[in-house]
Design a protein around this ligand. Structure first.
Ligand SMILES: O=C(O)CCC(=O)C(=O)O
Ligand SMILES: [Fe+2]
Length: 208
């Protein structure tokens, strides 16, 4: 059989999931794996070590890290689209992540089920360049962030209103709503911290 890679998800989805999606989440046992980190802040194991390692390698190999994609609170980042991994990531969000938001917040109807737009990217923090991200609001309905590594010091997603520090483990996906959950990236003081971020919003919300 051909080797399974991040990009080969369309060839054999079941084998791809077995290699890259964490146990429990893989079998869609939402109630078994989702933990509450704080008020409306949830996290669950999403990716295996292989996924985390391979996507970091892919970004470092191919990426042109940009520092000016957002005019306010820019991260040092690369769009998954520019890594050729946007469709794969959309499928992962649809299968394993949006269902968690839909279940916990009872999101029903066409707007929530059919019109979600996502902006997914990898962000990188290093003591010697972008070290932190100031407190801000994300532009969306809700956000998923995934910590990809743990070999750094400092870091984490800090929610000052709730006094919660998220993304302590790698491969874990954190979910939070946007308007009520201002947050920032705590300083990475040693090593490099990588995370995946997906801003999720209903498309054309105020258009019929
Ligand atoms: O560094 C983090 O954990 C947070 C990143 C973030 O808030 C963002 O990219 O909007
Ligand atoms: Fe953010």
């Amino acid at each position: 059989m051909d080797e399974i890679t991040l990009a080969s998800w369309e060839d054999n989805w079941d084998a791809w999931v077995q290699k890259y999606i964490a146990a429990g989440t893989r079998s869609k046992e939402i109630d078994l794996v989702v933990e509450t980190l704080g008020p409306d802040i949830y996290h669950f194991p999403l990716f295996t070590h292989a996924f985390c390692q391979e996507i970091i390698e892919s970004a470092e190999r191919q990426a042109q890290w940009s520092t000016d994609r957002h005019s306010f609170y820019p991260t040092t980042d690369v769009l998954l689209r520019d890594l050729g991994l946007d469709d794969m990531y959309h499928k992962v969000l649809e299968e394993f992540c949006h269902p968690v938001a839909r279940q916990h917040w009872r999101l029903e109807g066409r707007r929530w089920l059919e019109t979600m737009a996502e902006e997914s990217f990898m962000a990188r923090y290093r003591a010697e360049d972008q070290q932190l991200l100031s407190i801000h609001q994300d532009f969306g309905d809700y956000t998923f962030t995934v910590g990809l590594n743990t070999d750094f010091e400092g870091g984490g997603t800090w929610f000052p209103r709730h006094q919660v520090l998220a993304n302590p483990k790698n491969g874990y996906c954190t979910l939070f709503p946007c308007i009520t959950h201002p947050h920032g990236g705590r300083p990475t003081t040693k090593g490099t911290r990588y995370i995946l971020v997906s801003f999720c919003r209903r498309r054309n919300l105020y258009v019929d």
